[in-house]
Ligand binder design. Structure first.
Ligand code: NAD
Length: 368
């Protein structure tokens, strides 16, 4: 098959980690006989330097014309870069917000997977970790409290702030369907997280999730209150497969879940709309402190490319091959600097490698 992939390399380590992900996709082409056509799209600081704005209309059109977009990261050192002396709507991050909005990316997916080899980086006790955990946080991204009306005014001489949380049933239905679809590709369990004992929006959330669940008889589902979910994530993370939740709860829970997996350099993500289109990017930023040194961890971006194959192109076997290759490289002791054993931990069988070497190794583990 042939696929058009928009590529936003971005700033800082972005170009370094994206080129490793392309290397891995090219290896997949070679082994499985697909063709990926890449189109470079400017966004972030590099777009400001070239065009004066962080995202042009042409860049949006190019992203829309792609089957999916693979991104590195954007932005610079917020204290020293001249990009941050510009008005907020002209700064690098404004480009990403505009792109998400233009593409209507309402569903954010963040896997939290604990690699056996990186268990030492997990802050949880061994008996809680057991043989690891593998969950997917599915967060609604374009509604709820962050997009509601807000104001601050003086009421009877007292400063009073107001935020509103609104969801309609259609917004809930489309994310719930996405959550159940993803569960069908995994262990077929959905935990829908809400605060239905207090919030009307959560009661509607629960009602719509129950309606959607009827179309997925193979998927087991449960409801969980958000405060309980926050506790369960550190008490027994193994119980979760897909966590489906609204914007603010997802914001908090996805950070909590990712913290228990270890390094930022390992965390992939996807943002999807109603079609098969998605924007795939590592969860980390542009890491200006290590940019250009050839030491950044490319695995999060490589795993984001695997998500692209799975969720936008339905190439599950190929996505599995990438994920297995990452596991094999870790199993054989290869580590970038951010995931090296810490002081006092065993260095036996461990080899430190740079960005490009890690990309090469992962390609080598994808075999015909
Ligand atoms: P950051 O994620 O870039 O870096 C935090 C720390 O993690 C740094 O020490 C960095 O070296 C390390 N790190 C991050 N990714 C790594 C990788 N792949 N391999 C090894 N180490 C890695 O966060 P920050 O320093 O707060 O932000 C830097 C810039 O990135 C800012 O301009 C910020 O706005 C931007 N940012 C962009 C995105 C995005 O593009 N989606 C996301 C977050 C931050």
């Amino acid at each position: 098959m042939e696929y058009k992939v928009g590529v936003i390399s971005g700033d800082g380590i972005g170009p370094e980690i994206v080129s490793e992900a392309k290397k891995v996709l090219d290896r997949i082409s070679q082994v499985y006989g697909h063709t990926f056509h890449y189109e470079d799209i400017l966004m972030g600081g590099c777009s400001i330097d070239a065009t004066g704005v962080p995202l042009t209309d042409e860049a949006i059109a190019a992203a829309k014309a792609s089957d999916a977009v693979l991104m590195g990261s954007i932005g610079g050192n917020t204290a020293t870069s001249p990009w941050y002396k510009l008005a907020p709507e002209l700064r690098p991050e404004a480009g990403l917000l505009k792109l998400r909005k233009s593409l209507n990316l309402f569903a954010n997916l963040r896997p939290a997977y604990l690699y056996e080899e990186l268990k030492a980086a997990c802050p949880l006790r061994d008996d809680i970790i057991g043989d690891g955990f593998d969950m997917m946080i599915m967060r609604e991204l374009t509604g709820g409290l962050y997009f509601g009306q807000r104001s601050t005014e003086e009421v009877d001489g007292v400063l009073t702030a107001h935020d509103s949380l609104t969801y309609n049933e259609n917004e809930i239905r489309r994310i719930a369907k996405r959550g159940f679809d993803i569960a069908m590709k995994r262990r077929k369990k959905v935990t829908s997280v809400d605060k239905a004992n207090v919030l009307d929006s959560s009661r509607l959330w629960r009602k719509v999730v129950e309606e959607v669940a009827k179309d997925y008889p193979e998927v087991t589902y449960e409801h969980m209150l958000v405060d309980n979910c926050a506790m369960q994530l550190v008490k027994d993370p193994k119980q979760f497969d897909v966590i489906l939740t609204e914007n603010m709860f997802g914001d908090i829970l996805s950070d909590e879940a990712s913290m228990v997996t270890g390094s930022i350099g390992m965390l992939s993500s996807a943002s999807l709309n109603e079609t098969k289109f998605g924007l795939y990017e590592p969860s980390g930023g542009s890491a200006p402190d290590i940019a250009g040194k050839g030491i950044a961890n490319p695995i999060a971006t490589i795993l984001s490319a695997a998500m692209m194959l799975r969720y936008s192109f339905d190439l599950d076997t190929e996505a599995d091959a990438i994920e297995q290759a990452v596991k094999a490289a870790l199993h054989d002791g290869y580590r970038t600097i951010d995931i090296m054993p810490r002081e006092g931990e065993s260095m036996e069988g461990i080899t430190q490698v740079g960005t490009a070497e890690m990309g090469d190794l992962i390609c080598r583990y994808i075999v015909e």
